[in-house]
Ligand binder design. Structure first.
Ligand code: ACO
Length: 311
């Protein structure tokens, strides 16, 4: 029977149909999905920190309201993703424990600092732009609950990307000092944003299986290239320079050539030694501990409701 189940699973994937929680799936498929979805959820929650720092310092009521809405959306994305992981039998509290104990990862990109308000704009433009490149194909991922969560997340990411770009257009129309602030932020975020897509294909141990299972639809390098091609004309329109002397259009390939990111930096940041890793984890840990009474109260309330329903 195991063989029949495997054949049915393979045929579903081959027909580009969805695997649903009730369906049989190979252990490796389930494990890979829990790993990727949990990391993705953790990234959304930790990702609230770098921009959240600017909520109290946003330069106008309008910018504050936009930033509030955006950071709140990220909390929502984390919650849909934890729910998707739960359909695979994972337990949300256990996933959070694993993150806090350093046994699960979150995206490298959220370990960089946000010293200026231009960083809010550049995160929207680059980081949310990269998230869109990576996540639009995940709307066609083979696992139903993940793919469906991605549809709504991508719509919201696209609003986030536009708010960032619009903020930068406004700053570029401002003073010389504001334009310099934007360029400085672009210089700091460009390479880390390229690293978000993960290691180069030759050094990406999970890609082959994830592509065969149609969890991932494109390789890390394919998506990185797509991001570069999408971003170059936007940089021109904005009037900033991307900090890569090797960046140029290659008519033969129909793509931009670009330099090599510092992969040793990505390894360091993933390994816990980026500029803000300790700070991000400490904040996440203390938020979790400070929230213990809310979880206890919610559990007690649910138990009381259940007792009343039975009475
Ligand atoms: N930051 C942290 N860890 C990373 C990163 C990164 N930018 N890129 C790769 N890694 C990790 C992988 O998780 C893997 O470690 P693991 O086996 O312990 O899980 C290891 O490095 C090797 O990488 P790959 O074999 O290429 O891993 P994978 O096939 O999972 O690809 C990728 C990585 C592209 C990030 C994939 O998991 C993915 O598409 N995830 C969904 C999107 C996502 O998580 N986005 C979060 C940031 S976007 C946002 O929230 C705004």
């Amino acid at each position: 029977p195991e063989q029949l189940l495997q054949e049915h699973f393979d045929a579903t994937i081959a027909r580009d149909q969805r695997i649903e929680p009730r369906d049989w799936m190979p252990d490796g498929y389930r494990r890979t999905l829990v790993r990727q979805i949990a990391q993705h959820a953790h990234s959304e929650i930790i990702g609230m920190q770098p921009e959240g720092e600017w909520i109290t310092r946003a330069p106008s009521l309008r910018r504050k309201a936009i930033l509030f809405a955006k950071v709140q959306d990220e909390a929502g994305h984390g919650l849909y993703l934890y729910s998707a992981a739960e359909t695979l039998g994972a337990d949300r509290a256990d996933l959070t424990e694993r993150l806090i104990e350093g046994r699960q990862k979150y995206s490298s990109i959220f370990n960089y600092p946000t010293p200026t308000f231009a960083d809010v704009g550049v995160i929207g433009w680059f980081v949310d732009g990269a998230a869109i490149c990576n996540q639009v194909p995940l709307c066609r991922s083979s696992y139903g609950p993940y793919a469906r969560a991605m549809v709504r997340i991508c719509k919201e990411e696209s609003f986030h990307q536009r708010q960032g770009y619009e903020l930068l257009l406004t700053m570029m129309r401002g003073t010389e000092a504001q334009r310099d602030m934007v360029q400085d932020s672009v210089n700091r975020w460009w390479w880390p944003s390229l690293m978000m897509f993960g290691p180069p294909d030759g050094d990406s141990p999970n890609s082959a299986a994830s592509m065969a299972w149609k969890i991932k639809r494109h390789t890390n390098d394919e998506l990185r290239q797509r991001f570069v091609d999408m971003t170059v004309p936007q940089a021109e329109k904005l009037g900033v320079t991307l900090p890569d002397p090797e960046l140029r259009w290659n008519a033969e390939r129909g793509h931009h050539d670009f330099g090599t990111p510092d992969w040793s930096e990505l390894k360091r940041v993933i390994g816990g030694d980026g500029p803000c890793n300790a700070e991000r984890m400490e904040r996440r840990r203390s938020a979790h501990e400070d929230g213990a009474w809310v979880r206890e109260a919610a559990t007690a309330h649910a138990a009381k409701q259940a007792r009343r329903a039975r009475a």
